[in-house]
Design a protein around this ligand. Structure first.
Ligand code: GLU
Length: 443
């Protein structure tokens, strides 16, 4: 059934909304399974619902997949382009007496007395009596609509036709489709086709242990991008919803995930979408990025904040980010926390002169005055500044904190920051002088 025995999987979104967390999770597990097995990942757009499907949604789903790095090998195929094929298959079922027309619609006659058994790769054996596969609310057998009166195929029919037609070997999808699977298997049987393997992914729950939904906050992957989560973090985090590479490894990249992924190791236990975990994962990925990549990731956020990024040499901003170290759990936060490297106005707006006592002001003024006198711009380096300040403090019976605290505040407008002499050194002598003069600490 499979082409050269290779795994073929598909992600089959309906383009009726943006790529949301559940869809991205399904796509990711399909992608991992395909890449691990050296198989094929197919993108199929299930756009048979004409009223709700739009090309814009189709585009944003594809953009979302690209953002996550989930490249597909075949497709996008569109069900809307294959209406004729479905009609032909439905006709063959009518000819064999397994389906019938009712008005413009085609219905599948659900057989009784058959047993449907399948071994779900994740959920294990599932066994259903055929008369229970499709039922009315009162429990009586309900024939399955294959083609609606408007000529469009239903989901359960198109999915069978396509998974067969595209030689899909394993159907990997959300557990909400488990109940559809027996119906689909009945249709495979009626057509004399082998059914693929099925792997239903665990349900994703919110922190309150209820099924993840809009109530729990951001649902689309682009909302996470805009909040400042890196694609590699969202990838890592989604992969952990139902799977782990083992050995307590929680932070990994796609290469490791592809290498270790095993569909049969995915758990059916519902997975909890924990924002704190996402924050942790994102922080770790941010920390591990090399300076150039970090700069690329933060830059759009600085721009969005209105900073004239182009005015600074990239090396200056990369160094600022190196100084920021592990601060910030998102790229957005890191962009905010580091604003003082780009914009003195941000400092001014936070600065409240009242927070610094007259005594501290005078001390810093004296110490800084000597620093300006002693160090040229070329010698304005963190170690020299710090050792000078320490010496000055000792001579004048002042603690280093009394100098460092107001200096930090005047340079950054923040009470916590990386080493203040390192900030001073990166800002440079002129900029430090300018900032301190502005607040009356110098000149
Ligand atoms: N279009 C269906 C969905 O978005 C696909 C389900 C499947 O993978 O079979 O839920």
């Amino acid at each position: 059934m499979s082409r050269n025995g290779k795994m073929r999987v598909r992600f089959a979104p309906s383009p009726t909304g943006a790529l949301h967390i559940g869809g991205a999770h399904t796509a990711l597990f399909n992608w991992l399974a395909a890449r691990h097995a050296g198989g094929t990942f197919i993108l199929r757009i299930e756009d048979t619902d004409n009223e709700r499907s739009t090309v814009e949604y189709e585009r944003t789903i594809m953009d979302g997949l690209e953002w996550l790095g989930l490249n597909w090998d075949e497709g996008p195929y569109r069900q809307s382009e294959k209406t004729g094929e479905y009609a032909e298959i439905a006709d063959s079922l009518i000819k064999s007496g397994k389906a019938y027309r009712e008005g413009g619609a085609v219905l599948f006659r659900v057989p009784t007395g058959e047993r449907i058994i399948f071994d779900d790769v994740i959920y294990g054996r599932i066994s259903v009596a055929s008369e229970k596969a499709s039922v009315n609310t009162d429990g009586t057998v309900k024939d399955i609509v294959l083609i609606k009166s408007d000529g469009a195929p239903t989901y359960n029919f198109a999915v069978v036709a396509d998974d067969h037609g595209m030689d899909v070997t394993t159907v990997i999808r959300g557990e909400d489709h488990i109940a559809n699977t027996p119906k689909q298997i009945l249709i495979y049987r009626a057509l004399g086709w082998d059914a693929p393997d099925f792997a239903h992914l665990p349900m994703i729950l919110g922190a309150d242990k209820k099924k993840l939904s809009k109530r729990h906050g951001a649902t689309s992957v682009f909302e996470y991008r805009d909040m400042g989560y890196l694609p590699e973090s969202v990838f890592n985090f989604l992969a952990l919803l139902g799977w782990t590479p083992g050995n307590d490894v929680e932070i990994f990249d796609r290469t490791l995930a592809v290498e270790k992924f095993e569909l049969s190791k995915v758990t059916k236990k519902p997975a909890v979408f924990d924002m704190k975990k996402l924050d942790f994962v994102n922080r770790e990925h941010l920390k591990a990025m090399d300076p150039g990549a970090r700069y690329e990731a933060i830059e759009p956020f600085w721009r969005e904040m209105g900073f004239d990024v182009g005015k600074f040499p990239p090396a200056y901003l990369e160094n600022a980010l190196i100084l920021m170290g592990g601060r910030g759990k998102t790229t957005r936060e890191l962009a905010e926390f580091s604003d003082y490297f780009l914009d003195f106005d941000a400092v001014k707006s936070r600065y409240a002169a009242g927070e610094i006592t007259h005594e501290h002001r005078e001390k810093l003024k004296n110490c800084f005055g000597e620093m300006l006198w002693k160090f040229s711009p070329d010698n304005w380096d963190a170690e020299k500044l710090e050792s000078f300040a320490r010496g000055w403090c000792e001579t004048n019976g002042v603690s280093l904190k009394e100098i460092a605290m107001p200096l930090r505040f005047a340079l950054s407008g923040r009470k916590v920051s990386p080493g203040v002499f390192e900030i001073a050194s990166l800002l440079g002598r002129d900029e430090c002088k300018n900032r301190l003069e502005h607040f009356g600490f110098a000149g």
